[in-house]
Structures are given as C-alpha cells and as structure tokens.
Design a protein around this ligand. Structure first.
Ligand code: NCD
Length: 328
C-alpha cells in the first residue's frame, strides 16, 4: 500500500493543513497519484478475496471522520461513509435537519465544536460556495469539499477522471463533452479543471443562458484554449470520446424558466443522439438523473455505453484514496 509515499494534494496554500477543496490549480502529478492510489482500492465490493478495501481496514483505525452534509446527497454521502469505514475509521453523520444549524449555529461553529471532541477530518457539503473553505480556515484538521454550491465537487471530478481513464486509457488529447446546466454545476467546474490539467480538450454545450462564454476562461493559463463553448449538441457528438450529461439543477436557479419545454428536444441524450457518438465514446452522468429530460432511460441503462454505475463504484475508491492521503 503506497499511501505513505503519496504527496498530499495541497491546493490551498493559505492554510497549514492538508485539504481537498477543489481541483482548480492542482498539479497533474498530484491528480494522477490520487487516481493511481484509488485503483489499488478497486474493486469496491468489499469481498475479502477481491480486495475491495478489506485489506486496508486498519489504515485509519481510531480516526473519526465527520460527514457534514448541509445539502441533500445520496451517492457522495454514502460513498464517503463506505470509504471511511473500509479504511477502519469511525464516521459521524451530521445533517442540517436535526442539528444546531437549525437553531442558527454557523457551520464553522459546528465544525469547531466537533474538532474539540476529537474529530480528525471533515467532509463538507453545503449550498454556499466557499463553505468548506471557511471551515478549513477555522479548524486545524483536514477538510474535504463534498460539493459547495455552484463552486466545486473535487471528488466527483476525480471519480470522473478515474472512470474515463479506465474506459479510454491515456486521457491526453481526448475530447470530452460536458452537456447541460453548466452554469449551476460544481461537477462541471471540477471536471473542467481536472480534465484540462490532464491534457483533455473540453467542449461545454447547452443553452446559451446555462453555458456562458466566460467558461472558456476558467482554466489555468497553461490550459488556455482547451475549453470550447458550443450550443448545438448535434454538431459536436461525432467528435467526442466521452459525454458527461449534467442534471438540470432545478433547486439552484431560475433554470426551469430559462430552458422551457425545448430542453429535452435540443439537449436531451436520446438513443438517436447516442448513435451519433463514435462507437468507443463513453456516456456519463454524476447522478441523480432526471430520466427523460437530460438523458433517456435506454441510454442511461445501456451497460455497453453508459458508465454511470461504474462512476458510483469508483466514487468509493477515489474517496478512500483522498481520505488515506490526507489522514495518514
Ligand atoms: C452532483 C452534485 O451534488 O453536485 N451529484 C453528485 O454528487 N453525485 C450533481 C447533481 O446534483 O446534479
């Protein structure tokens, strides 16, 4: 188990502790190290004869990891819990409902109190962009961003990279489409940073109000020119090595008003559009799915093309890698 030699993914020099707050600015080498480590934790089914993390069950023994989920989640929350337990850590689950956040306590005060009780690391999801950064500035423990508002979702970015690498091999020079509600998507932002760091070209596609031109400029200077904006999905399908469909984020904006009834017709991935993708192209979606809106069931459930469940499985391995790296 090579974790001791892994360099931490320090990407916030303003704090002295090691955190994973975003993929923006992360070096390709640090990303690849995390993906390589995640691969050592696969498969994630936990069966003793297949590895699945059972070989690593003492790695984080006697450590306590708090999952602070102030926004809804199924995949991210469960896979952080499974990942922590596979490494032998204890987990503590806090949601806003049922916690003192309902009484007006700030999430920073919540974290400070849990740190005083001996919590060793914080996994934080919240609807405010920058929430995990505020906690990272206040507590002297590692903080992992599990999705903050529209900002970043770095472990989703990493699991998407791992899935793409498994399906496509070397990622440098590949063209990945990210389609839909880019404006409101933290997944899109983390994916863009991670993909461009590894040398991919990214085409962001969706209705103009949801895919602003400014997205061409969100990457690091060395990745300039790697992000392209398109509004006509049918015209880009033939050039994609993978397509990542995004959920329309009804809870986050006036999105429904912006997209009106034409969305499915213009940007939904249906069987006839999937047939226009190159035969090797991979179909992905971070979940949860709006079936019949951004993606049709026959496409999402086609095991030959769709990697959606592979993404979910890889989420456990990637989160094990992040926890092992930050907490060792
Ligand atoms: C994503 C999220 O919460 O940002 N889901 C996830 O973590 N699997 C994407 C989404 O909610 O659309």
């Amino acid at each position: 188990m090579p974790a001791k030699t892994i360099r931490p993914p320090v990407n916030d020099p303003s704090t002295t502790h090691r955190h994973l707050l975003g993929l923006e600015g992360m070096r390709a080498a640090a990303i690849v190290e995390l993906l390589d480590l995640a691969e050592t934790f696969l498969p994630v089914d936990g069966h003793p004869s297949t590895g699945g993390g059972s070989r690593h069950k003492d790695l984080l023994a006697h450590r306590t990891i708090a999952n602070l989920f102030f926004e809804d989640s199924t995949r991210t929350r469960s896979s952080f819990t499974i990942a922590a337990r596979r490494l032998g850590a204890d987990t503590l689950d806090i949601a806003s409902a049922g916690s003192s956040v309902v009484k007006g306590e700030t999430i920073v005060d919540t974290a400070l109190n849990l740190a005083a009780m001996g919590v060793d690391a914080f996994v934080v999801r919240c609807s405010a962009s920058g929430g995990p950064h505020m906690i990272a500035n206040a507590v002297s423990k590692p903080v992992i961003n599990a999705g903050d508002g529209r900002h970043e979702h770095p472990t989703q970015g990493l699991l998407d990279l791992l899935t793409l690498r498994q399906r496509l091999g070397e990622l440098r020079g590949k063209t990945i489409g990210i389609v839909g509600d880019v404006l409101n998507s933290r997944v899109a932002r983390s994916d863009v940073h991670g993909l461009t760091a590894l040398g991919c070209n990214v085409t962001l596609c969706g209705p103009p109000p949801l895919v602003p031109r400014s997205f061409e400029k969100i990457t690091a200077a060395q990745a300039t020119g790697r992000v392209r904006i398109a509004h006509d999905l049918d015209s880009i399908l033939g050039e994609l090595d993978a397509i990542i469909m995004l959920r329309v984020q009804f809870e986050r904006s006036d999105g429904p008003a912006l997209i009106s009834g034409d969305y499915r017709q213009l940007y939904g991935l249906n069987a006839s559009r999937a047939a226009q993708l190159p035969p090797h192209a991979v179909i992905m979606h971070p979940g949860p799915l709006n079936r019949g809106l951004e993606i049709d069931s026959d496409v999402a459930d086609d095991p030959r093309r769709s990697a959606i469940l592979q993404q979910a499985g890889n989420g456990v391995a990637v989160r094990m890698a992040v926890l092992a790296t930050l907490l060792q």
